[in-house]
Design a protein around this ligand. Structure first.
Ligand SMILES: Cc1ncc(COP(=O)(O)O)c(C=O)c1O
Length: 583
């Protein structure tokens, strides 16, 4: 019973944001764990050891050595009652292994406790014949996968109020978030009719087309009246309207390819197209952080799959060389084809793909390039044409251009653009074109109208203004967050900016505190990210005004202080102390 109470108290601390603040985040710890840093190939290594002293806002950042950490700093006097976090940051690379030993240890201890006590409780439930799953039929295997079911019951349900929050308005710069009645231990969220007006930092509404638009919305309403909400048919039956034909022409022209094919869902575009393009005997080389739709498509294709280090062209080249030399495993025949799959902007990192290098490697080894522009199309590049336009890559060098309409265009669906032969082939073989209901006509009309606004074909310069705005907003917001001391991922110009929270206990704490201050932010944790790399993912929109951004920064800063996630506070003035150079 005592153990049970302790466990419940512990969980309470973990899930009630401010509980952990006192219990975990501001306690006094001394962590003296040092490990040699692993040399990583192809990485220009400049090591900085950050020692952060959290006491009365006293924070200092020591550059110890520009080659490798020297541990002499261990001997420096650390004031009693100071919490110390050490991080090794490899500067100048997209791989930034964060090694926060205290955070790591406390995270794994938390997970072991939650998992251990969960299993204990399940065990006693079984012995005492208490039903712990709802409908296990006698003699049947459990319908839910065991681990997933356990994870849902013992972990996710405790923080579920932070995810899938229902909204009651358009996903504009401000959004109505429905309030939820949820008490600890209750599994079902009871949605109320009350809502809270929140600043929206969670929707992918990059260009602001997610809400009423003076040009798009009247046209969408017109097409709803004329064609209704659904075509009630697949594209090859009665599901192709004049709007669908116009959309495909418009998309092909916009992205700079000969032809395009559109689908009702971005996720299904990847997961259905990849198996049509490649199968047994083929090789897919996929970035390690590619989206789940790509992973599912690749797995479903039956092709061999190799993963290369995230956004690291040299590693891609190494794998290509190895695989071309090795050939197919059993037959030793050459690969029937090789497809390299990358994203324009990585959705969980906000990083922009190193496309020019990747394209030139693929050309050298005669591998096809498949580029998923879900987050980059419409959002970056001079006229919103995505990563090719931004980085000056000729679209002729990208064989398969994929993108979604659910982000910058304020609609839904996905497209593949490529050569005439490729699109003809897909139209005859892709199951989501042949058997699934086509994209709804009003959604298709929304995309056409949004592209017209972006290109100025509506007769205004709103499109150009939106593109300039999203760039300015994103760069301003990212810079301010970094100046405040947050670890923010992503590249300049990218509207996706994850703030690293690391410890999973900080995910609900951060999310709930922001909501309390009327700022809605999407948080992401395990299993969508590795256990230790929990984060809040901010999506900036062209519809955010400067006062919106200032409010967001104030709230995030306040909550960041409260939850202890300013891992890289700004350095005070330059000074020398104990022979160590302070910056
Ligand atoms: C890279 C990437 N590809 C595909 C998709 C799926 O797109 P949709 O949400 O439009 O189905 C997403 C979703 O966010 C994504 O991030």
């Amino acid at each position: 019973m005592l153990l049970f109470l302790l466990h419940e108290a512990y969980i309470w601390c973990l899930i009630h944001g401010l509980g952990p603040k006192h219990f975990f985040l501001n306690s006094y710890y001394f962590v003296f764990l040092f490990q040699p840093l692993k040399e990583k190939e192809n990485i220009h290594q400049v090591y900085i050891v950050h020692l952060q002293f959290f006491r009365k806002d006293q924070t200092q950042k020591y550059i110890v050595n520009d080659q490798k950490p020297k541990w002499s700093v261990q001997n420096s006097i650390i004031p009693v009652g100071t919490r110390m976090i050490m991080m090794w940051d490899v500067v100048g690379t997209s791989e930034t292994p964060e090694r926060m030993y205290f955070t790591t240890i406390s995270t794994y201890v938390s997970c072991c406790l939650i998992s251990g006590f969960g299993h204990l409780r399940d065990f006693f439930s079984r012995i005492l014949l208490l039903p712990f799953t709802n409908d296990n039929l006698q003699g049947y295997a459990p319908i839910c996968l065991e681990y997933e079911d356990f994870y849902m019951r013992r972990a996710y349900h405790r923080v579920q109020d932070c995810f899938a929050r229902p909204i009651a308005s358009a996903p504009d710069a401000w959004v109505d978030v429905l309030e939820i009645n949820w008490k600890y231990q209750e599994k079902v969220l009871d949605r109320t009719t009350k809502s809270r007006r929140c600043l929206n930092l969670g929707s992918y509404n990059y260009l602001g087309f997610g809400s009423f638009d003076e040009y798009c919305t009247p046209r969408v309403i017109e097409s709803l009246k004329k064609f209704s909400a659904s075509t009630c048919s697949s594209r090859v039956d009665a599901g192709t309207t004049s709007v669908h034909v116009e959309l495909e022409e418009c998309v092909a022209k916009y992205v700079g390819k000969h032809s395009a094919i559109v689908f009702g869902m971005g996720y299904a575009t990847n997961s259905f197209i990849i198996p049509v393009l490649i199968g047994k005997g083929g090789l897919i080389i996929s970035d390690s952080l590619n989206h789940s739709s790509i992973i599912n498509g690749a797995r479903g294709s039956g092709a061999n799959i190799r993963i290369f280090q995230h956004n690291t062209p040299s590693h891609l080249e190494k794998i290509l060389r190895e695989e071309i030399a090795k050939r197919q495993t059993k037959t030793h025949k050459p690969w029937t084809k090789i497809i390299v799959i990358v994203e324009g902007i990585y959705s969980m990192e906000g990083e922009i793909c190193k496309l020019p290098e990747i394209v030139s490697i693929c050309k050298k080894y005669k591998a096809y390039v498949y580029l998923d522009e879900a987050h980059s199309i419409g959002a970056i590049g001079g006229t919103g044409r995505g990563v090719c336009e931004l980085l000056g890559v000729d679209t002729a060098d990208v064989d398969i251009m994929m993108g979604t309409f659910s982000k910058s265009f304020g609609s839904c669906g996905g497209y593949i653009a490529g050569s005439k032969e490729l699109i003809q082939y897909l139209k005859h073989h892709c199951p989501s074109h042949l058997y699934a209901t086509s994209i709804s006509t009003p959604s298709a009309q929304q995309i056409i109208s949004a592209i017209q606004v972006i290109l100025g074909d509506d007769g205004s310069n709103r499109g150009a203004q939106k593109l300039a705005r999203i760039r300015e907003n994103s760069n301003y917001f990212r810079t301010e967050l970094r100046n405040m001391g947050f670890k923010v991922l992503g590249d300049e110009d990218s509207p996706v900016m994850p703030i690293m929270l690391y410890n999973p206990a900080k995910i609900p704490a951060f999310s709930r505190e922001c909501l309390r201050e009327n700022v809605a932010i999407a948080v992401v944790g395990f299993p969508a990210t590795p256990l230790m790399l929990g984060r809040a993912r901010i999506c900036i929109s062209a519809s955010h005004s400067k006062p919106d951004l200032i409010k967001a920064l104030e709230v995030i800063s306040k909550v960041g202080d409260l939850t202890g996630i300013k891992y890289f506070p700004a350095a005070p003035e330059k000074q020398e102390k104990n022979g160590i150079k302070l910056v």
